[in-house]
Structures are given as structure tokens and as C-alpha cells.
Design a protein around this ligand. Sequence first.
Ligand code: SF4
Ligand code: SF4
Length: 428
Amino acid sequence: MTSTAAADPLAPCVHCGFCLPACPTYLATGDEADSPRGRIVLMRALERGELGSGDAGLVQHLDACLGCRGCEPVCPSGVGYGRGLEMARERLFQERGLPPLARAVLGVFRHQWLWRPLFALARVFRATGIPGLLAGGARAGFGLGMLAATRSDVTLTPSRGRGKGAYPEARPLRSALGNNGDNTTHPTVALFRGCVMDTLFGHVHHATRRTLEANGYRVLEVSGQVCCGALHQHAGDREAARALAAENVAAFAASADYIAVNSAGCGALLKDYGHLLGTAGSQAMAAKVRDISELLADVGPRAGGRLELDVAYDAPCHLQHAQRVHQAPLALLRAIPGLRLDILPGSDRCCGSAGIYSLLRPDMARAVLDDKIAGIAAAAPRPRLVTSGNPGCLMQIGAGLRAAGLDIGVAHPVELLDQSYRAGGLYQ
Ligand code: SF4
Ligand code: SF4
């Protein structure tokens, strides 16, 4: 992006409309004001003072944007839609604040002492099996389906059965470690734990650690880290995002060669910390951040045992559009012998999760999701699992599959590689 475009990211728009077919909300409503081109006109009007933050139509159409950035890669003019939206939302936040529900949810994610006990309770409830039993298509049932989808759907062994498995105790055999097994020569990786990932997707963190170690990385734990701040940033609360980012920069200072992230939404913001904070420390941290798939693809990854599974890959928006990571997750999945990978039409389109969007605008989120679920249902052969590297996508798609009565699970790609390594005898 040129310096003019960086300062005025929406300026290059020539209103050609090439982005319209890539926009999930435009496809759902057919309304120009729900398209990238229409929203750019609204954002320009906000900038110029032609429309104010009290304009109900403007607020409605900008709020309805998923922030998925699906419009960016198809734009021939290089419009920085995401940056423009960020600036518009920050202005709306400063002038109008947030609706009460958004304020309450973001307030919880601001403090570990609030979200940790809440998610611990959610885990206890999940363990009863009730969320899975009562999951359905109505609003409450869909919410329960989202919680149920946070359990591992990767069958680890027949004796442990679906949904139980984490195997946190398993470690790669010394003989199975990459390189020569001498940890002192291996690149070090600090694991970014996050909030939802650390509390509801602990099994993915275990799989992340094991697969990194099996590929020659030495994994370090970093204390003092907090939620990445992406939810606050997307809502326009830049100050809260900056405060959380500053805590993470302090926690990760000089911690490792790389920082591994297994949540695409968190990774996108962590890679943008340099822009958010503008300090040398934040830029140094951002330069070390890698999606887990990038770290594993960089070294192969090594092959494991066979997994005879039909799997559909769904690309998280914040991995493919925000981070521009396309091939690494596919390389990871293709390293699994026996796994039959399908990339379905529409797999590159947003699922409707978009942080807390599905909570704030459930009807539009479901409208966006429905097409994706229909595509998965029509796939032949029908996948056993849908895999995606972002917790929100796993929850949204998992709940949608349950609501549609489809016996298809969801899994993070690294869980599948982990299971392949187990099948190949790489763990003790
Ligand atoms: S954002 Fe890009 S693709 Fe969309 S109307 Fe503007 S120039 Fe065309
Ligand atoms: S970010 Fe996504 S929802 Fe928003 S205008 Fe772009 S494509 Fe549409």
C-alpha cells in the first residue's frame, strides 16, 4: 500500500463493484448498502461529516459488516477496506459507545478474573453433555450447539471415544523429535494461549505443543499474557485493544524465536500489534508471530500415521484475508497419509461467526452460515469432519451442522495432525 493509501485506505476505490460477489452480507440481503462499495460510500460520508454517527441507516449497515475482509483480495485497486472499517468503527465507538450487550461481553474479555471462571463454568456444563443433547436451530439451541462444538470431535481411540480426548500427558518420543533430538539447537516457540482457546479449546493447545515438538521446535510457556484484544479492536474500542496488546508485548518480550498462535483471529491482531501500538517492542513481537500452520509447514511437516477420513477445509477469514496465509494449512493437512481433503465451493467465505457478531446479529450470522452448511451437506462424499483454524469458525460451523441434523464434527487442523502422529507411534 502506498503512503497515501495507508493514510486514506478507502481512497483507491473506483466503485467498480468487483467486490460485491465476495461479500457475504451483500449476498444475503442484495442491498447495496450491505456491500463493500456501499459501505465505503457511507464511511466516506462519515469522514466528511455528510452523515453523522447518529444516522441510524449508516450505523445499521456498518454494524452489519462482518469485518471478514473478503472484499480485499478481489479488489483490483488495493482498497484497504479493513483499515477503513477500523477507523470508522473507532469513530462510532468514540461518539456513540457500544450497545449494552456488546459492552458487557467486551468488559468480560477485558479481565481474566472475569472470563476464566465464566468459561470454567461453561466447561463444567459442557461436560454434562446437555449442550450437545439440546443443540438445535432455535436461538438458544444454536448457542448450546456452539458450546458443544468446543469439545474435541476427533476420535482419539475407540476406547476413549468421541469428545473425550485431550491426552494432555502425551509427549513426542525422543526418537520422534525432529532434527537430532537435542533441544538446545531447536528454534524456540512461545505459545499464545488467548482466552477462548485457553479455556474451551485446551485440547487444541495440547495438540499444538505436541506437533510443534514432534517437528523440532522447543515450546515455551509465557506467563502474564492476556486476551489479544481483537474483539475490542473490531468493535472500535481501540484503547481497550491497546491496553491488552501492551500487556502481551510486555509478557512476550524476548521470549522465543517465534510466537505460535492457533486462533486465526488472535493471530491477525498479534501480527498487527506494531500498527496498533507503534512501539519498537510491539513491532518486534509482531514480527515473531506465526500461525501454527505456518510453523509446521515451514518444516514439512513430518508425516505421521494414516487417518482414513474425508475432511473438508474451511478457511478462516482472518487467516486467508487478514494474514494472507493460504497454503500452510493445506500443506499441514496434506501431510497426513490417508486423509482425503476436500475444499468445497464457498469454503473461502465467512461463516458468520466474526468475533461477537453472531451474538449481536444472530439473524444475519445465520443467513451467512446457511449457504455454507448447505454446501457441506451436499458434498459427495460427505465429510466426516470440517476443519478450520479458528475457534469462532469451529463453534459457528459446528453449531450449524448440529442445527441441520448432520453428523459431521469439527476440528482444528492441528488436532488431525496430532491424531496422525499418535497413529504413527510418534508419542509415548
Ligand atoms: S472496494 Fe475495490 S472492488 Fe470494491 S468497488 Fe471499490 S475499487 Fe471496486
Ligand atoms: S468485510 Fe466482509 S462483510 Fe464487510 S464489506 Fe467486506 S466482504 Fe462484506
